[in-house]
Design a protein. Structure first.
Ligand code: 3MF
Ligand code: MG
Ligand code: MG
Length: 417
């Protein structure tokens, strides 16, 4: 192939993108509770060892692109859109007003707001630092985010306490730090009750998001399970207002099964919000687009969520790859992430109504026609002897659905050799 001059590269990407097919219309995409974070679209390709590769982009462009793509919801950290020094000032009110206008003009809703407690120097020792000033400031910031959330019409507030922890051992007393962190969440919930009452709006759903590593070396609340224990610890004044925002990759990173982590959140009634992406076990937070690494696991995750009637947001918390222009971010990365999600969601529906999976599952639950001694292990094994094969049959069937193999391999390739 001939080299492709730079002025023909966008056209090439667009032509191949449309040749891929399988795209949903913006109207179809809007039917799902899919949210796009400000920070995902505005990710500039930077990392600890990486300089940015893309220019910055403001909320106006991000919201406009989301609207055009059919991503019906938007979410943000306070400081993604408001400089730290403008928080709580007139400048904040001006920016929030402009965001509201931009959302309305593009038919996009704000689903969630979150407080950045990990980037600025004030969080060098985390949001529950020993210094009382830092802790008071943390309360001020989360209360302020609650105000912004109500102003923008959000229903969720998320908290990612990745800076709650330490690098060196012994200086931080863990129970004290957790107690202090709870005080910030309590301040947010109490403010929420007040504001919601004044505005006649429901209170927000406050969601904790765990990540096992980063940015602290040792994390005090590293998993969704740790957070469930924290919510039930008695430290929160309004535990009923607080639930989880699990992130798919964050559970995979520590070696957990994301589907099992979601199941534990579900049985606790705490699955409020869900960050969707993909990646690898026991690696750093690579934040790859949903379904690009583990599509089979994703199909199974969505079977679980569909069958339990999960109706919260699916938040595209991933990093569009470290490319050198913004073009592909909106031309390829976001639409394909959304469309893979929708396809997997549709397939999950197919799996749930599949007569083979249903009959196999029912048979496993019915067990063998056993009338013998209920304490006789060998007789129980004998009565169920052939049923366990159905586990593998179900797994095979799910892979068939995922790869379209239940329809046979309809594409024929030229015979080689
Ligand atoms: C970090 C994350 C965060 C959280 C966000 C929500 C920057 O790994 O996943 O994204 O999702 O802070 O509050
Ligand atoms: Mg992540
Ligand atoms: Mg996240």
């Amino acid at each position: 192939m001939k080299p492709v001059p730079v002025n023909e590269q966008q056209a090439l990407v667009s032509r191949l993108m449309s040749a891929c097919g399988g795209a949903y219309s913006p109207e179809t995409r809007r039917k799902y509770f899919i949210s796009g974070p400000q920070w995902a679209a505005a990710y500039e390709g930077h990392a600890l060892f990486h300089a940015p590769t893309r220019p910055s982009i403001g909320f106006e462009d991000v919201i406009r692109h989301y609207g055009e793509l059919g991503i019906g919801y938007w979410c943000t950290h306070d400081t993604d859109v408001i400089p730290t020094e403008a928080i709580g000032k007139q400048q904040q009110a001006d920016i929030v007003g402009r965001i509201k206008a931009e959302l309305a003009a593009n038919n996009v809703n704000c689903s969630m707001v979150t407080t950045e407690t990990f980037h600025h120097a004030v969080w060098a020792a985390g949001p529950a630092a020993e210094s009382p000033e830092v802790r008071e400031y943390a309360k001020y910031r989360v209360r302020n985010t609650v105000d912004i959330g109500h102003e923008l019409g959000a229903s969720f507030a998320v908290y990612w306490p990745g800076s709650l922890g330490y690098f060196v051992q012994g200086a931080v007393e863990e129970t004290e730090t957790l107690r202090w962190y709870a005080q910030a969440l309590n301040a947010a919930c109490e403010r929420d009750i007040e504001v919601a009452k004044r505005l006649g709006r429901p209170t927000l759903k406050h969601c904790l998001e765990a990540k096992p590593f980063e940015p602290q070396a040792e994390i005090l609340l590293p998993t969704s399970d740790a957070m469930l224990a924290f919510i039930a610890s008695g430290l929160l004044t309004h535990p009923e207002m607080v639930g989880l925002n699990p992130e798919y990759l964050h559970e995979l990173m520590w070696g957990g099964a994301p589907r099992a982590a979601l199941a534990r959140a579900l049985v606790n009634g705490k699955l409020f919000h869900f960050d969707i992406n993909d990646g690898y076990r026991l690696k750093h937070d690579v934040d790859i687009g949903v379904g690009l690494v583990n599509p089979l696991d994703w199909l199974n995750v969505l079977v679980l969520l569909r069958s339990h009637g999960y109706n919260g947001p699916f938040n595209l918390d991933y990093k569009p790859p470290r490319t050198t222009s913004q073009f592909g971010v909106f031309e390829v990365s976001f639409p394909t992430a959304v469309d893979r999600f929708i396809t997997l969601w549709e397939m999950a529906g197919e799996a749930l109504t599949d007569s083979i999976i249903r009959e196999a599952t029912d048979a496993l639950k019915a067990g063998g026609a056993f009338t013998g001694d209920p304490h006789d292990a060998a007789a129980i094994v004998e009565a169920n002897k052939e049923l366990l094969t159905l586990h593998e049959l179900i797994a095979h069937r799910l892979v068939q659905i995922l790869l379209g193999l239940h329809r046979g391999r309809v594409i024929s390739l030229p015979v080689l050799g």
